[in-house]
Design a binder for this molecule. Sequence first.
Ligand code: C5P
Length: 315
Amino acid sequence: MPASRPPRAVEVTAFAKLNLGLAIGPVRDDGFHELATVFQSVSLADTLIGRPRRSGFTLRVRIEDARVNRVRGGRGPFALAAGGDNLVLRAARLLAAEFPSAGGAAFTLIKRIPIEAGLGGGSADAAATLVAMRAMYGLHLPRARRIALASRLGSDVPFATLGGTALGRGRGERLTPLALQRPFRAVIAMPAWRVATRDAFRAIDRQRMGLTTWRTKSRFADEIGRGRVRLAHALRLGNTFERVLEERQSDFEQLRARLRAAGADQIHLTGSGSAVFAIPGPHASADEVAARFAGNEALYVVRSTRVGTRLRFVP
Ligand code: C5P
């Protein structure tokens, strides 16, 4: 970096994701599962502010409530540890190890995306950190290297660095960018119950989901990737995790019924949940679905976005 250009503070918007469809295949030798998914960035977002400092990294987290409804009992404002495990610090340290010439940063994370929800919030924060470090220190980080680094931070981080609409294969890191035929709006409902991703994968293994189904879905996913993506087509892939909810199955079906009663049409889990997204039917807008909805779940109204992160230099 030239001495004449001191690093500047940056603000990165980190968008959440939905899995419009998610088919889980067999477990691989490395313990990860082969999958086929259509990722979509949406407008619910965290904000990461990075201020350069000579060396080392710090993180402050501020929770901001982005719900459109104010209900009791829903999983609303949540706690997030700002410790060393936080993906912001892990991403920053990973990059610092790769680029010893880069300086440190004081990060502030404004957290709005519910955590451990299937919305890719942690992955978005990690991707935003890569963007922030790259911008502050002028790091040369071409796409292939960025994706390789991102996949060391988590299966969904590569997509978060890419954003928009994409087909994800492998464990999610093999990405094909797609073009969405039409932007859309959705309502995200956040139940109070949680799903532990690792346990959900184990439940899939226990149920020995047929390989024939996987092959059919895998082929179907490849078809989605030809030409522009129609939302209805991508949704038809379905989400394997919906079949292993076990004791939560009835809660999920009940939430689905209430969203349908409010005017939603297609309702699915994103990732392993427990966040559920609902696409409005022909007679309601996303705002109307949210206004008519009866229940204690926290609601968010989102639109599809074409990017995963957005960078702004702070004056
Ligand atoms: O990569 P990530 O940290 O998001 O994965 C969390 C856990 O989910 C992994 O440790 C693994 O148990 C499981 N997983 C999997 N197959 C994938 C992605 C994740 O089994 N494709």
